[in-house]
Write a protein that binds this ligand. Sequence first.
Ligand SMILES: *Cc1c(COP(=O)(O)O)cnc(C)c1O
Length: 425
Amino acid sequence: MDFFHYRQSKLYAEDVAVEAIAAAVGTPVYIYSKATFLDHLRKIQKAYSRLDTMVCFSVKACGNIHILRFLAGAGSGFDVVSGGELYRAMQAGAGPETIVYAGVGKTDVEMTEALRAGIGYFNIESEAELENLIGLAGQAGCRTRAALRVNPDVDYRTHKYTATGRKQTKFGVDIERALKVFDTYGANPDVRLCAVHVHLGSGGKTIDPYVDAVKKILPVIAELRRRGHAIEALDLGGGYGADYVSDSVPSAEDYAAGLIPLLEGKGLRLILEPGKSICANAGILLMRVLYTKTGGGKKFVIVDAGMNDLIRPSLYQAFHFIWPVAPAERFVPDRRDENLSIPGTEVVDVVGPICEGADFLAKDRALPPLARGDLLAAFTAGAYGFTMASNYNARGRTPEVLADGDVFTVIRRRETYEDLVSLER
Ligand SMILES: *Cc1c(COP(=O)(O)O)cnc(C)c1O
């Protein structure tokens, strides 16, 4: 569910006509719906309310400080994976104890910053990292808590770049090694190893891998407790389904229905790190058609947004529903589906201006006839959209606009040519 919809053949972000935003700030531009973020966050909080749960929004999915600020205000904590994301979360007013910090390559500087900030948990990915953290905590005179990231080795069935819970990944340690890590370091007073972290990957479409992972991890926690380790929390990471195509993934209540019976009464605080499931369909990328052309029996729609603005189609073969902002009435879509076919559409590739063959937003997609100047929206672009944007081809990054009811606010301005060279002066 989100708050982007057609009214009288025009696309609205909440109660703001998307055309008005294009007129005010130009294209391309990311447009977010505040109500959508909050709706998804609240649904997750509510679904797990029977457990002691901390929902930590994954900053890497969508990190604008204005968005983090209202999420923090609604009770969200944050999952960060770098010093920069920690800084963002702190700038947004997050309570440090609500921050969890994951990542295989945390530097000494980043870890010391997080120690000084007093974050909730370090999510530890290797023995070497844990040893380093113990040393740094001693030097800084800080105490902290840590969760060990364990690979439950379940099959996540997603794109190979986004499955992280198998044995052969660079993330975490396997179950057998986890026991040894706790036995070796579990008694350290500076870094209290008192939680288990699991993150299976991103882009999941079913509940089963989570249920399987919890079923594999609970006996490990029982064994750790038997050996005298006080385990207080289980962090189940992120990767919950995001609605890219109408109702194609389980809801927060569906996940909770599968997981709560396993976790209830276990004396574990539950930490969740949802990214996409909160923000993916809270954002669209708005772009304008520059040209249309035919070549090699194919029709191309060339738009003013490219892979530097939204890299997911090129990087992960990701699907984004793309549709005109002001279609003729008979083309108003009833759903956002890969296979949506309306008589009168034509099959095209939607491509960007970047000098790369991989610069496309959609391939072989049935779209209404388009002309120069038409506005198009790429839906479910709120996750890993702007945060993965670059300046490739010396293109300034797009502005970010937040719609809230009938008001919109520019929460990040468009980068200028001056911005592009300012650090080189
Ligand atoms: C990326 C990431 C997440 C968020 O994943 P989503 O698919 O956006 O929900 C959560 N936890 C960790 C450790 C991550 O790396």
